[in-house]
Design a protein around this ligand. Structure first.
Ligand code: NDP
Ligand code: HSE
Length: 443
């Protein structure tokens, strides 16, 4: 500390970093009162200094020199991506600086290396903003629920895809039109693949599973399926069985053997579930713990100011620790549970088939589900006619099969066989149905 101030090196001054600069300046006296010392900017590293004339002498393009400067106490990283962020943070931690970051991609890929470096130097590593933006979620998981056993963390952790799916649900629009609207309003980026292909949510799932189950889970451990393939007819099919479709991140502790499952995919959830009503770019996460029961966290999961709120909360916590010469709670991955492969994870499915509408078709299809050990919960046929006349041998009908919970591998094998039957004219869609622990739900 220089004088009695806590000095901050800010790496990146974009959407979130710009808000950090504004709030540090506008709320300087309140932040000082809460932290127990003034919190001052020591320098700001960017790529293109000409874009930030208001920062004057604080600017540098040499982030590496900034993070090891002796007058810096805390490094706030808001560059994003793996490199150079990883090298910069490892340098900073090694030099004894505490770190605050919103970088979910880096934490999900190499959180263990960062945590080890923080432990080795006895400094703080906080990252509340990396999952669900403004929503206080990681601190409750790490601290408030430290005395409980968390069994599931499931929710909507990507605002862009929730905006797209909500738009498709409310207007009946197709995926392409809803994505165009999200891009026009600035939610989706020019390259939306990290969001729509599920990678952003998978990084967040890895961070949530690591904290909830005291087990180091990386992005590579998370099964990840995006939502590009969700169609307007899938949304309508979900509505037919009293459900809506959401892109979910689901982290569960499973038993026999004790293990962890972490996965991201679009799924039908009951319209009565609290997550179903989370619309637009909002995020919400449902946490279940043995003693606490069910908890829900809701709010803005993205955007400059909301994300800056979480970053500043961490910064004040770090500053308090610097002032008192202490250290906050650290991550502990003592449990080291195995991560179950997706093939072994039981889920319910909604399978939509175009089939020949003639006698014996339903029995053959039901037989394939049975042969693979997949139990059917409901079947609905539409289109065609209940007409087995030989004059109409290839009349087509739509058959929807909703299953009881079955392992992914069994369902995949069933669908593969069905697709090869000559009575199956097409497999229109296969979507998971998640009850998320609520009783009395559809279908
Ligand atoms: P931006 O792209 O808006 O800003 C990135 C900043 O980093 C820019 O100021 C850029 O400089 C600077 N930068 C890029 N490369 C370098 C480099 N090599 N050296 C120094 N500076 C560099 O990102 P966001 O503010 O949106 O995101 C920051 C982090 O916060 C990411 O990890 C993101 O995942 C996370 N996050 C973002 C949310 C959001 O809503 N935006 C929500 C939650 C988390 P220049 O200005 O000169 O181009
Ligand atoms: N692209 C992310 C989202 C930003 O849409 O939720 C917040 O992490």
């Amino acid at each position: 500390m220089k004088g009695n101030a806590v000095r901050v090196a800010l790496l990146g001054c974009g959407t979130v970093g710009g808000e950090i600069v504004r709030l540090l300046r506008e709320q300087a006296s309140e932040l000082a009162a809460r932290a127990g010392a003034p919190v001052e900017l020591a320098g700001v590293a960017v790529r293109r200094p000409h874009k930030h004339p208001e920062l004057g002498d604080l600017l540098t393009t040499d982030a590496s020199a900034l993070v090891t400067r002796p007058d810096v106490d805390v490094v706030v990283e808001l560059i994003g991506g793996i490199e150079p962020a990883r090298s910069l943070l490892l340098e900073a931690l090694k030099a004894g600086k505490s770190v605050v970051t919103a970088n979910k991609a880096l934490l999900a890929e190499d959180g263990a290396a960062l945590a080890e470096a923080a432990d080795a130097s006895g400094v703080d590593l906080f990252y509340e903003a990396s999952v669900a933006g403004a929503i206080p979620l990681l601190r409750p998981l790490r601290e408030s629920l430290a005395g409980d056993r968390i069994t599931r963390v499931a929710g909507i952790v990507n605002g862009t895809t929730n905006f797209i799916l909500s738009g498709m649900t409310s207007s009946g629009a197709g995926y392409a039109d809803a994505l165009e609207e999200a891009t026009r309003l600035g939610y989706a980026e020019a390259d939306p693949s990290a969001d729509v292909d599920g990678y952003d949510a998978a990084s967040k799932a890895a961070i949530l599973a690591t904290l909830a189950f005291h087990t180091r889970v990386t992005a590579a451990d998370v099964y990840c399926e995006g939502m590009r393939h969700v169609s307007a007819s899938d949304i309508a099919a979900a509505r037919d069985i009293g459900c809506v479709i959401k892109l979910l991140a689901i982290c569960e502790r499973t038993r026999n053997p004790e293990s962890v499952s972490a996965r991201v995919y679009p799924a039908m959830i009951p319209a009565a579930h609290p997550l179903a009503g989370v619309d637009g770019a909002f995020n919400a996460v449902f946490v279940e713990a043995e003693a606490a029961g069910q908890l829900m966290f809701y709010g803005q999961g993205a955007g400059g100011a909301p994300t800056a709120s979480a970053v500043l909360g961490d910064l004040v916590a770090v500053a308090r620790n610097r002032v008192t010469g202490s250290r906050g709670p650290r991550d502990c991955a003592y449990a080291s549970l195995p991560v179950v492969p997706i093939g072994a994870v039981p889920t319910r499915y909604h399978v939509s088939l175009e089939v020949a509408d003639r006698a014996g078709v339903l029995a053959t299809i039901a037989g394939e589900f049975s042969r693979h050990g997949v139990s059917i919960a409901a079947v609905r046929q539409s289109g065609g006619e209940a007409d087995s006349a030989p004059s109409h041998p290839t009349r087509a009908a739509r058959l929807v099969v909703v299953t009881h919970a079955a392992p992914e591998a069994a369902l995949a094998a069933t669908v593969q066989v069905l697709a090869e039957l000559d009575i199956v004219l097409g497999v229109e869609s296969v979507l998971r149905v998640e009850d998320l622990g609520r009783k009395g739900v559809a279908p």
